[in-house]
Design a protein around this ligand. Structure first.
Ligand SMILES: C[S@@+](CC[C@H](N)C(=O)[O-])C[C@H]1O[C@@H](n2cnc3c(N)ncnc32)[C@H](O)[C@@H]1O
Length: 242
């Protein structure tokens, strides 16, 4: 099953750079081809980070993804799951933009269909019926404050001890107001979580009571640094910012 061609030459160039950057990181070759061929908003070091959480978090349970779109992040989570021989990924998305066929085609193209359960539904509906332990939940669905807050509250209660909440688009780097506000009110060391970190635009939090393992943050300083500098360089020098 071929991957659909998405975007103009600029998008293809960006994806090629992402794939090359991923190749410079440990096991980046497992996510380089999905980054090259499948469009989305995941930075290369975030892709490698998702791979390692899915592969190596020393917690039993499945991975849940809220918001899959074409599957750029799903493929990274699924590759980690496959390489670690771990329990599968549940990819929850109502596919409001008609992307479910493309997601399934992309999973088939990379031979990862058997590692992913595609669930075409709203995250909240599934979370309210959920019973199984979760080793990681990647939240990248509806980016309004209310929806992202409901996602983290409802899914965090299913995290096994030592499991990881991963909230996309929630840092200064490329953050959206909704997820960023959710991270600032919810992601703290305290009653629920015993460790917090960020990489790229992902805020991560480890549920209390598990092993003292933290995901490797390959490329964090270099790639975050470059992205922040580009943001600064792209800022207008006159007008609002002066
Ligand atoms: C930013 S895209 C996800 C990008 C994807 N993670 C990637 O790496 O390419 C957001 C997705 O969230 C989905 N979405 C919107 N509301 C949702 C909800 N209530 N539950 C689950 N997914 C939702 C949309 O259909 C869309 O496909």
């Amino acid at each position: 099953m071929p991957v659909r061609r998405v975007g103009a030459w600029k998008d293809r160039a960006r994806r090629a750079v992402d794939a090359v950057v991923a190749l410079s990181m440990p096991n980046g070759r497992s996510v380089a081809a999905p980054l090259l061929l499948v469009d989305g908003y995941l930075y290369p070091h975030e892709a490698v980070f998702l791979y390692w959480v899915a592969r190596s978090a020393p917690v039993d349970g499945v991975v849940v993804e809220v918001g899959s779109m074409r599957g750029r992040s799903t493929l990274c989570l699924a590759a980690g799951t496959r390489d670690g021989g771990r329990e599968r990924v549940y990819a929850v998305d109502p596919h409001r933009y008609g992307t479910s066929d493309e997601l399934c085609e992309n999973l088939a193209h990379f031979g990862l269909t058997g590692h992913v359960e595609v669930v075409v539904d709203e995250s909240i509906t599934i979370a309210l019926r959920w019973h199984n332990p979760v080793r990681a939940v990647f939240v990248d669905g509806d980016h309004s404050f209310e929806a992202a807050y409901a996602d983290v509250i409802l899914w965090s209660q299913h995290l096994a001890p030592g499991g990881f909440l991963l909230l996309h688009d929630s840092t200064e780097l490329n953050g959206f107001n909704g997820p960023r506000q959710v991270a600032s009110v919810f992601c703290h060391v305290g009653v629920l979580f015993d460790k917090i970190g960020t990489i790229g635009s992902i805020t991560w939090a480890r549920r209390k009571g598990g092993a003292d393992w933290s995901p490797p943050e390959h490329g964090k300083w270099v790639v975050d640094g470059i992205m922040s500098s580009l943001k600064w360089l792209r800022r207008p020098t006159t007008g609002l910012y002066t």
